[in-house]
Ligand binder design. Structure first.
Ligand SMILES: [Zn+2]
Length: 289
């Protein structure tokens, strides 16, 4: 009996080791550049370490421009997202739901459940459901609504349910009602900051056209590609927000002082609740204590 147990343990050990050796991460945004700004650095770090990351945009982005629109804009943005993903070695999928019209329907909830299951996700990222943009809010709601259902076999029964509930985390945001964002996990991204800028630079229709137009600073954007990329890099503040400092120190100790760029995430109440030891395995970037 003891021998059988020993053999079973030996057979199972590579599987158990694999649990954290190749993490599977999926991030949901409402629009084809949303995940990039919130978690592009984290994704680049995972990808560089051999983990698997997928970004999903729940809408096709066909409202995000002042002169273009419809199918032509959706195709342009799908191509930009694919290019952004290529820069850091991740998958990028853009669903064909209309931009500006996303609703937390059963149909889209099923799309989200399928995607999380098919990716066999360990970690799921999404916006909080407090946001200025209704598409962002409903993306948060849709992922929350999927957080338990991904483990229920009779829901979306054409795609096998997950045996282990993933850990769900929210992107950072500045909204304070009903409660402000809580930085549970803060990850330094200095060494991949250039990659993150390259990723954002791929979203030409947004970074250099739609967003500056909407902020009435289109005239500021340089025409030449290298110059406009430099301009884009300058738009990203290099200082870690003061309200993230304590969490940064928790994970990085004395090394926190040298960190310039970071991304922060809040652990959702739904899905699996990891303790600090598991967070270190799920985010294998922190220095040893
Ligand atoms: Zn957006």
């Amino acid at each position: 009996m003891a021998r059988i147990l020993a053999v079973l343990l030996i057979l199972a050990s590579p599987l158990m080791a694999q649990d954290y050796a190749k993490l599977r991460v999926i991030a949901f945004g409402a629009h084809p550049d949303d995940c990039d700004g919130r978690a592009g650095g984290l994704a680049a770090k995972y990808a560089a370490a051999g983990h698997l990351v997928k970004f999903v945009s729940l809408t096709n982005g066909d409202a995000g421009h002042y002169v273009q629109g419809g199918g032509t804009l959706a195709q342009r943005r799908r191509a930009e997202a694919a290019e952004a993903g290529r820069h850091i070695g991740i998958e990028y999928e853009v669903l064909d739901n209309h931009d500006g019209e996303l609703l937390p329907t059963l149909e889209v909830r099923r799309q989200v459940i399928r995607l999380i299951r098919e990716w066999r996700a360990d970690i799921v990222l999404c916006p909080r459901p407090n946001d200025y943009h209704p598409d962002h809010r409903y993306t948060g709601i849709l992922v929350q609504d999927a957080a338990y259902m991904v483990t229920v076999p009779n829901v979306v029964s054409d795609t096998p349910a997950l045996a282990k509930n993933p850990v769900f985390l929210y992107f950072a945001d500045r909204f304070t009602r009903p409660q402000p964002f809580r930085p549970d996990v803060v990850v330094a991204i200095d060494e991949v900051m250039e990659k993150k800028i390259e990723m954002l630079d791929a979203h030409v229709s947004q970074m250099y056209e739609w967003l500056p137009w909407h902020e009435q600073k289109l005239a500021e954007v340089p025409k030449e590609p290298a110059a406009r990329k430099q301009w884009l890099a300058k738009q990203r503040p290099s200082r870690v927000p003061p309200e993230w400092k304590q969490a940064l120190e928790k994970w990085y100790g004395a090394k926190a002082a040298a960190v310039e760029h970071a991304e922060a995430f809040e652990i959702a109440e739904y899905g699996r609740r990891p303790d600090d030891a598991e967070i270190r395995k799920l985010f294998p970037f922190f220095p040893e204590k």
